[in-house]
Write a protein that binds this ligand. Structure first.
Ligand SMILES: Nc1ncnc2c1ncn2[C@@H]1O[C@H](COP(=O)(O)OP(=O)(O)OP(=O)(O)O)[C@@H](O)[C@H]1O
Ligand SMILES: [Mg+2]
Length: 261
């Protein structure tokens, strides 16, 4: 059993409702996430899991409710603001530049931290050049950490899918987030790739103390690595608790676990 040092609530989702026309993607959803926790969100396809992450990092703006992050109420937070305040994410459908190298893709996650303007960076002069070297060095650390050194110059599109997912994780990590939102990081992976990804998620959580919110369909993975689990079903929250509590909850079993997942 891992030694856990769970802290106070860092992210508090309160009565969030989000609709797309007639589709009620989220209906008054509330849950909290504690510092250093691995918090899973599970539920069948279309349950509202990705929409929930999109509300947390400002891609979607919920019609009702509020999100309290580090004690501050966030309304209409945009993605840039979310990133600046320490929230990073990976995407269900990879959002990488396929023609660019692994290193350059990871650098895109770091850009937020770089102070000098784009023009100075492009011209490579003075402080901008020094800063770029510093940031590049940090990205090399991320690459070492994720054990993708052999591919650092390889265009991402040429890598197998499992490694592309790892690069996407690296891009998010490059921002040194306090809260990392992972949307199905193991989807489409074989058993070995999943094991690797689990190990990296746990290492990030242990070594950097990063709080992790994870959407995942593989119940074995969820039960193994998460501290607490939120269960969504058709936009409603139907369960919330430790993996054991959720696994034994009759409503969860009926709606999800019993349905062949
Ligand atoms: N941008 C959008 N425009 C219209 N409808 C949307 C949009 N995003 C999500 N939805 C709808 O909201 C509902 C929840 O979708 P969401 O993608 O959040 O589910 P999910 O739990 O992530 O599903 P999956 O497991 O398939 O990824 C679905 O009915 C979906 O069609
Ligand atoms: Mg989704």
């Amino acid at each position: 059993m891992r030694q856990r040092n769970i802290g106070d609530v860092i992210l508090d989702v309160r009565n969030i409702s989000l609709a797309f026309g007639g589709v009620k993607a989220l209906q008054s959803i509330s849950f909290d996430v504690r510092e250093h926790e691995v918090r899973a969100i599970i539920g069948p396809n279309g349950a509202g899991k990705s929409s929930m992450l999109n509300c947390i990092n400002g891609v979607y703006h919920p019609q009702e409710g509020e999100i309290v992050y580090k004690g501050e109420v966030r309304r209409d937070m945009d993605t840039h603001h979310a990133a600046e305040s320490g929230i990073a994410r990976t995407f269900q459908n990879l959002a990488l530049f396929k023609g660019m190298s692994v290193l350059d893709n990871i650098m895109t996650g770091r850009n937020l931290k770089m102070k000098t303007g784009i023009l100075a960076q492009a011209l490579h002069f003075g402080p901008a050049r020094a800063e770029e070297l510093r940031e590049r060095e940090f990205c090399e650390h991320v690459i070492d950490f994720l054990e993708i050194q052999p591919y650092r110059k390889t265009p991402v599109g040429r890598l197998p899918y499992g490694l592309q997912k790892r690069v996407d994780l690296g891009r998010a990590l490059a921002a040194q987030p306090q809260v990392l939102l992972l949307d199905e990081p193991m989807a489409g992976m074989n058993v070995e790739e999943k094991q690797d990804m689990c190990r990296f998620v746990l290492d990030i959580n242990d070594e950097f103390g990063t709080t992790i919110v994870l959407i995942e369909h593989d119940m074995g993975v969820v039960m193994d690595i998460s501290d607490r689990v939120v269960v969504l079903d058709y936009g409603k929250k139907i369960g919330d608790g430790t993996p054991d509590e959720v696994r034994n909850d009759p409503e969860v079993i009926r709606a999800y676990l019993g349905a062949g997942h």
